[in-house]
Ligand binder design. Structure first.
Ligand SMILES: Nc1nc2c(c(=O)[nH]1)N(C=O)[C@@H](CNc1ccc(C(=O)N[C@@H](CCC(=O)O)C(=O)O)cc1)CN2
Ligand SMILES: Nc1nc2c(ncn2[C@@H]2O[C@H](COP(=O)(O)OP(=O)(O)OP(=O)(O)O)[C@@H](O)[C@H]2O)c(=O)[nH]1
Ligand SMILES: [Mg+2]
Length: 442
């Protein structure tokens, strides 16, 4: 293996803070540490010292810690310089490390090295970034689980199931003269079914994990005056949108990032859907429809006192029907009479029924009952799982037709698709894209 370069970056967030850290990784750490300290550092010992520049001028006082390889975050030699959290001081400290032979780290390069050193697999490395940028406590917990290898373990379990299937099929192909046709064995069929079920469950869980990371895109739609903007305000806990008793008040799309019971939502308020009299409102309605098309969930708001309008909702998007103004109709009691998850009675004005709505939003975000153990995931993972799923279905069909060779090939490709998740397969091509989205210093 060629000797890697030594990389350095400010690892803490930009801006004034109590403490800031410059992190260095690679073979040059020991020499940089010895120069700054005036003697070789003790392993994993916090040395208090004055950091000086090349002319001997004091930059800052702080702590120096050397983590000799492989016991470090990256698995390489790592050096931490912990100074005061001033962006200007930290920039000088970083400059000093560069003068002593390091080069600036690219985004995510420390974690990329941890991956290359085998300290984390790819799904875990991505979980590091998801942990840092998590927008809700639930997302933090989910990223924590993926970082601890929960997701990877489940991927491995399916890979093992696929391997066992392949072994079976290939053995059957190797010994065609056997009396029994092993390809037609009910036991093989049963195992195939079990692996497919595990994969489907994992795919669903990863989809929930992705929604946790990305946050849920929730679009509020309905007839004019139904109380859509009032609902946005009630969920946001603040008067964000204009509310009046004039139908057609909201004309533009209003987006609010809100946290509801530990989940992150993008709530989108839209113009009331109707045959609009003027062009401004028409444009608002056009935009409302565009938002609806990319919703994870639609909250269709109805005025419980008015006749149910025809709403042009897109097919294939989950819809929750909210019968608003229940304070006027006194219909909150309906909720008990019709315990139907898709219909809720509530009042944006008094707040009654909002707890039930929050609970449904949690469920939509994958945090309902039985969702303990949620782990974070990304579109890349969900896509790989979908491909593995399709390949497994093809393998099953081919086995059904006695095409063992083809089935074995599809099983191998399904395995490779799963290998992309943890980075055991095809990782090189993915690294630039994955780590390029990280922050510098991570
Ligand atoms: N100051 C500081 N805090 C930090 C980090 C860091 O790099 N520096 N981390 C960076 O993201 C996170 C912690 N991640 C780390 C992971 C492994 C090791 C490490 O030294 N592992 C060795 C030793 C383990 C042990 O002594 O038990 C190893 O695994 O061999 C350090 C930090 C969060 N807090
Ligand atoms: N009594 C009662 N009035 C409500 C409730 N929700 C909204 N309203 C009233 O209904 C009227 C319309 O509310 P908005 O929130 O502006 O309705 P909207 O759906 O955003 O209307 P447009 O933007 O015009 O499409 C206002 O006068 C609100 O105060 C409710 O739960 N109970
Ligand atoms: Mg409105």
């Amino acid at each position: 293996m060629t000797q890697r370069e030594t990389i350095a970056a400010i690892a803490t967030a930009a801006g004034a803070a109590g403490v800031g850290i410059v992190r260095v990784s690679g073979p040059g750490c020991r020499a940089i540490a010895a120069t700054l300290l005036g003697r070789p550092p003790e392993p994993r010992h916090a040395h208090y010292l004055r950091f000086r520049d090349g002319d001997g001028e004091v930059i800052d006082d702080g702590l120096l810690i050397h983590f000799p390889a492989p016991q470090s975050y990256t698995g390489e030699d790592v050096l931490e310089l912990q100074g005061h959290g001033s962006p200007l001081l930290l920039a000088r400290l970083l400059r000093r490390c560069l003068d002593l032979g390091a080069r600036p780290a690219r985004p995510g390069e420390f974690t990329e090295r941890a991956f290359l050193e085998g300290r984390l697999d790819l799904a875990q490395a991505e979980a590091v970034a998801d942990l840092i940028s998590a927008g809700s406590e639930a997302a933090v917990r989910a990223a924590r689980r993926s970082l601890d290898g929960e997701f990877s373990r489940r991927v491995h379990a399916v890979v093992e199931g696929l391997t066992a299937l392949r072994v079976w099929v290939e053995a059957a192909l190797d010994f065609p003269e056997e009396e029994v046709d092993f390809l037609a064995a009910p036991e093989l069929r049963r195992r195939l079914h079990d692996v497919a079920a595990d994969l489907a469950a994992l795919r669903a869980a990863a989809g929930r994990g992705q929604r946790l990371v990305d946050g849920l895109h929730v679009v509020i739609a309905g007839a004019p005056n139904a109380g859509k903007s009032s609902l946005l305000n009630a969920l946001a806990g603040e008067d964000r949108a204009i509310v009046t008793d004039i139908a057609g008040t909201t004309r533009d799309v209003l987006r609010e990032r809100v946290r509801v019971d530990g989940i992150e939502l993008t709530l989108v308020d839209t113009a009331g859907l109707r045959e609009a009299p003027d062009v401004v409102e028409q444009e608002g309605i056009r935009r409302a429809r565009a938002e609806l098309a990319r919703a994870d969930l639609v909250l269709a708001v109805l005025d419980d006192q008015a006749p149910v309008p025809e709403l042009p909702l897109p097919a294939g998007v989950p819809v929750l029907w909210l019968h608003n103004k229940a304070d006027l109709s006194g219909a909150a009691a309906h909720a008990e009479r019709r315990p139907d998850g898709e219909h809720l009675w509530l009042s944006a004005r008094t707040g009654e029924g909002l707890d039930a709505l929050r609970q449904r939003l949690r469920e939509a975000a994958g945090l309902g009952e039985g969702s303990e153990g949620a782990f974070s995931a990304r579109a890349r993972h969900v896509d790989a799982l979908a491909r593995a799923d399709a390949l497994l279905a093809q393998a099953a069909a081919q086995l059904h037709h006695g095409a063992g060779e083809l089935a074995a090939e599809e099983l191998r490709r399904a395995q490779d698709a799963l290998g992309e998740i943890t980075g055991t397969v095809d990782a090189d091509a993915l690294l630039g894209r994955i780590f390029g989205d990280f922050c510098i210093g991570k």
